[in-house]
Design a protein around this ligand. Sequence first.
Ligand code: HEC
Ligand code: HEC
Length: 207
Amino acid sequence: MKNILVLSMAIAGMMIAGVAHATHASKGDVESGKGKTAACAACHGADGNGMKETPLNPRLADQVPGYIFTQLKAFKDGRRKDPIMAGMVAALTEQDMADIDAYYSSLPASKAGISEQDEAAALEGEKIYRGGFRELNISACMSCHGPSGAGIPVQYPRLSGQNAAYTEKQLHAFKDGTREHYMMNPISFLLSNDQITQLSLYMQGLK
Ligand code: HEC
Ligand code: HEC
């Protein structure tokens, strides 16, 4: 009984922490955020939708509120490693990060899509995205990222429309442990390289 009480208190604590986090990130100001992203536009596009020539730079527009904040903080703390982004966040305060988060999550996503020749691979990806991969006990991606890949604030990022090359790089980073996350590491570890490619194409085309 005592253990159950301790456990439920711990869960309640986590929920309160989650709410506090959401409130923090949502205090960001869209207009201030816009003013703080002049340097970001060169790589993430003036409208936050990235640029065709550089698909390894992710799209940020229409990301779920709160997620960009957590990633900027992770780059700054060194929990998420990227030499370019480490330099970009070095001078940002938490308020800057909240403002930037508010700005990018307010921008509309532009149309993405995939080419016809990638459609067959994307259909394979769809099976895992929607149904998981039972042989290896991998849960359906949509159970956390949503049926349309729109994500769920604040924790589960939007995946739909994201550049396949970027998504592919992230899934490999989760797989080999260079990007650490307790939910994504065990899932990605089991995915084959082909499945990673198929999932990434599917998500780029997902609306
Ligand atoms: C020189 C190019 C460059 C500039 C300038 C740049 N970024 Fe990035 N950004 C990247 C790359 C490359 C990645 C992908 C890193 C990786 O592969 O993990 C990235 C990743 C990110 C991510 C993670 C997105 C996700 O879906 O997880 C965020 C958020 C981000 N950048 C925000 C910013 C902000 C805010 C600025 C301006 C203050 C900025 N970036 C400036 C290149 C750039
Ligand atoms: C149990 C919930 C859960 C499931 C199931 C799940 N994810 Fe995730 N995923 C997350 C969380 C949480 C994050 C954010 C990680 C972070 O904060 O760094 C994430 C992040 C990601 C990212 C990084 C996005 C970015 O912008 O950098 C990709 C790509 C991704 N997931 C793909 C998948 C795919 C593909 C599947 C199915 C094979 C999947 N996820 C299943 C919870 C989940």
